[in-house]
Design a protein around this ligand. Structure first.
Ligand SMILES: *[C@@H]1O[C@H](CO)[C@@H](O)[C@H](O)[C@H]1NC(C)=O
Ligand SMILES: *[C@@H]1O[C@H](CO)[C@@H](O)[C@H](O)[C@H]1NC(C)=O
Ligand SMILES: *[C@@H]1O[C@H](CO)[C@@H](O)[C@H](O)[C@H]1NC(C)=O
Ligand SMILES: *[C@@H]1O[C@H](CO)[C@@H](O)[C@H](O)[C@H]1NC(C)=O
Length: 256
């Protein structure tokens, strides 16, 4: 028993440098307590997978983590429609647990992307919430064009970050003070984690949970339950070539 525990602890220690590759090389960072209060920011027309992918990953981690809570924060408690529409309007929603004004205490805030970030970008209430919440968090995470919201809140000023490659040119224009990384599955700068488009959020979730939990058994178990072949190399990014992000990206506009 002692031996197997020692093995798990050892495996966890060995595991850290591998997944830490999303940030510039440096000494291993000390790991603090596991963050327990997780929140997702919801706004109309977010992309479902940006939120649900990480949430399903975290939900599996939460099964074996006492007192870990997942919350959804939005402007009101009304269900927030995702981007997918049926014949009569949206068909998928996130049910908020707190309003922005209730301002719940959080350790981690995750911001999904989607067409809705173009609206959230100009929503002073949402941007102010992100700006004033960030200093109280242990980590902030954006998936896909959620980085646009972080950029508007000033959190990415002078920081390395990535975002959706299909919308690259538009994102770079909306965050001129950001040190955008054109080829990356995800990027880590301090306590800011940003992922590339949509499904990349699940790869980020794996790396993030691996880092903050330091438990390879738990992280691999979550990936195996979701039956996903995780990309563990943050530099893996075939989409930057497809969307020409190293040469400025593709000219396109997103209708909202
Ligand atoms: C969970 O929270 C309860 C109530 O605050 C506390 O008594 C308990 O020790 C916590 N459990 C763990 C494992 O932290
Ligand atoms: C935000 O509003 C400004 C001013 O109306 C507009 O020019 C800009 O395109 C909007 N930004 C986004 C990302 O939609
Ligand atoms: C790691 O995660 C596994 C699977 O959830 C769990 O059984 C084990 O107790 C965890 N190990 C530690 C050291 O927390
Ligand atoms: C990317 O650039 C190449 C070479 O200029 C061009 O052939 C291709 O059409 C571009 N792709 C997109 C999506 O714009």
């Amino acid at each position: 028993m002692k031996l197997s525990l020692a093995f798990i602890a050892c495996a966890a220690v060995l595991f850290v440098p591998e997944i830490a590759a999303g940030r510039p090389k440096g000494p291993p960072r000390p790991r603090g307590p596991i963050p327990l209060k997780w929140g997702v920011l919801a706004f109309p027309r977010f992309v479902g997978l940006d939120a649900y992918g990480p949430l399903d990953f975290l939900n599996i981690a939460a099964f074996s983590t006492p007192n870990m809570t997942l919350s959804v924060i939005a402007e009101t408690l009304d269900p927030v429609p995702a981007h997918i529409n049926g014949p009569t309007g949206p068909v998928t929603f996130l049910k908020p647990t707190y309003t922005i004004d209730e301002n719940p205490q959080l350790d981690v805030l995750l911001i999904p992307g989607g067409p809705g970030t173009r609206i959230a970008y100009n929503n002073t209430k949402i941007i102010d919430y992100v700006r004033r919440t960030y200093p109280k968090l242990k980590y902030i995470i954006s998936i896909c064009t959620g980085a646009q919201v972080l950029a508007k809140a000033g959190i990415l000023d002078g920081k390395r970050a990535t975002t959706n490659k299909f919308s690259w040119q538009e994102m770079v224009a909306s965050g001129p003070t950001v040190n955008w990384v054109p080829c990356a599955r995800w990027v880590v700068d301090g306590n800011i984690w940003t992922s590339s488009g949509v499904a990349a959020g699940i790869d980020l979730s794996y790396a993030f949970v691996a880092e903050v939990f330091g438990n390879k058994t738990l992280t691999d178990r979550a990936a195996n339950i979701l039956e996903i072949d995780i990309h563990k190399d943050p530099h893996w990014d075939p989409f930057c070539k497809i969307w020409n992000t190293t040469t400025g990206g593709t000219t396109r506009t997103m209708s909202i």
